[in-house]
Design a protein. Structure first.
Length: 147
């Protein structure tokens, strides 16, 4: 009799921004992750900023533990507005893009290199797909005029 053990050890996924550490869920059920990847990758590059931000928020809500998700959202809103000094921990859109790219890599949904802002490749690629494979392209531009 041959038995193959498919048990997988799950590492704790954490990242930091400033002096704050955030924890992600591990593991995420396969079907939940596949459905999300399908929704995210089917978004066209002509999606509105609101649609893009909803998709990014969906990633964060899916992967971050609830307490980390709340703190992360607070920092995306600018952090503690009542503080006397700027703590420097407010999360900017470019950081959100980097964090989401890295998080998705941890779950096997992104290429190991972030996509460049270079001119798109061949026209035969599906909308929203990079030339690295069947992975979603980054959807939000980081210029201040797009916000």
């Amino acid at each position: 009799m041959v038995t193959k053990d498919f048990t997988k050890k799950h590492d704790q996924i954490t990242f930091t921004v400033g002096d704050q550490t955030f924890r992600a869920k591990s593991p995420i059920p396969a079907r939940v992750l596949m459905n999300f990847a399908k929704r995210f990758s089917s978004m066209s590059q002509s999606a509105t900023i609101e649609e893009q931000m909803d998709a990014f928020d969906g990633v964060l809500k899916l992967v971050l533990k609830p307490e980390s998700y709340k703190r992360f959202n607070d920092l995306m809103d600018g952090g503690d507005e009542d503080a006397d000094e700027d703590t420097g921990n407010a999360i900017e859109i470019a950081q959100v893009e980097e964090i989401i790219t890295w998080l998705m890599e941890q779950y096997g949904l992104r290429p190991t290199e972030p996509p460049s802002n270079s001119v798109p490749g061949p026209d035969d690629l599906a909308a929203g797909m990079s030339s690295v494979g069947n992975t979603p392209a980054v959807l939000v531009e980081t210029s201040s005029t797009s916000l």
